[in-house]
Design a protein around this ligand. Sequence first.
Ligand code: CA
Ligand code: CA
Ligand code: CA
Length: 562
Amino acid sequence: MKVPDLRGNGAMQPRRRTVRFLRSKRTWGAVIGAATLLTIGVPALSYADNASGCDFAATGTTQSCLPPLSGSTFAGGDGNLLTNPTTFGTTDWQNVTGLHAGFDLPSGTGDNSFGQGTKEDNPNVTVVTGSIPPNKSDLTRFYEASEFSPVNQHNFVYLAWERSNVLGSANIDFEINQKATSGFTGTTTGPVTLNRTAGDLLVTFDFTNGGGKPTIGLQRWVTSATTPVVPNFATNVCFSANSFPCWGDQVTLDGTDSIGAVNNLDAVTDPLFPGSPNYINPLPALQFGETAIDLTKANVFPSGTCKAFGSAFVKSRASASFTAEVKDFIAPIPVNITNCGSIEIIKHSDPRGVNQVFSYTSNLPAEAPGTVGNVPQGGVACPGNISAGVQADGSFCLNDTGNSAGGDSAGNTVFNNALQAGTYSVTEGADPSGFTFENLSCNGGTSSTSGKTATINLAPGDQVVCTYINQRNTATLSTLVSNAGPVFPSNAIQDTATVTGNQVADTPSGTVTFFLCGPAGTGPCSSGGVNIGTGTLSGTGATASATSPQVNTSASPLAPGH
Ligand SMILES: [Ca+2]
Ligand SMILES: [Ca+2]
Ligand SMILES: [Ca+2]
């Protein structure tokens, strides 16, 4: 793809020279020679984005872009950001889903960087401001995206950096943390302690112009010889530092688990966030680099374990040496790189807050009650169980009591945020007496509901919330008086009581007890009257009626005046 205005600039310079030479009455041969020299001298400024879709050469000027990694469609090895042409992958920064972007402060005296002598292994850093030395990369932006491939069930992360200066080599580190460093933002100055957790990642991106492909390295933050357990490493060792914690266990990624490129052939178009800081478009040659990494193949997500990375930032190292000073950085941004998803099951009574235990069966793994990801969860102990939480057989119980004002509680919630991809189902048990199932809805991820059963096809990164609502049954009672006026002795009468419920599917049942009351003999209605017996409710739908025993029969007439 070509960018008209840049092409215009590229074409203007020779033309200006041409005019000058023409005025000096040089021959056409000299003019052509000068123009050709100029074209060779500034090829990077001549065009943006090669029409071939490849803007990277491992050696010389021979285009040498790589196709996407197996299971991915991301063009992380073509040295540009545009989707088209799709020769090296149908996805690129322009159309990737889940894109996260970090913007540095403007270059110059206000830019933030790490203080003198900061090394990768030291989590205690100092943020200072000032111009980035011209021999060190002045970062401007970075991009991140991640995905779980439905093709081969691998996790991928895609990373890109941009810089304002045209240095031949690039030594850039992406730090990917499980937890964010609280309060560390673009405006932070002074001391900062980076919140590193065992197993955090450092992706090193080293590129020597003319020296081949970018070298992509991967290191873990290790806190002891055994923490974390790193596949293919018997014990953890520090890569450079003398003691734990440190960055250790470095692996150099290759073409099967990573691809990478720098736009060393020419300028490339950045179509992203034109209204945001540091919009350099087109990006001159050597100011953009990208990589795609198969995290599953790189053993970041060994099968059977869950891990989630929520924060990432980027730094420029002074040289290819790992122990070189780190200088410019772009403050951390939230990311969502995980091989697991979460499922939250919530119980609401209607109205809210009714004290009633509801039971469930599921294929969720056992989980003790507690707080997970700041969500109090575990439900309540099912009848006959000693403790709350999801039991070994997947069963659990929930109770919405205490939530009449809204909100949720440990008692009405089970939440698991470390679930492997797969299919999960949850089914509510029989309605407790006096309650009727009203609704089940699930949000997030891919799920379906059928009656009281939720079926969830969980992919990494999915956050599924299913809410069960059960209505408390209520009913109203009305009485039809057979004869409201005076009756003659032995003129038998009986009344009818009608009960109307709020559930069409639940016909009211049971018995109605009738009381005879009146002005004399039976006692006033205000004191309850005389119990004359019961009638049994019978009906259909939400309505049932019962008829009282007869009174004032010939065998037992009421006395006159009663
Ligand atoms: Ca690309
Ligand atoms: Ca900075
Ligand atoms: Ca900068």
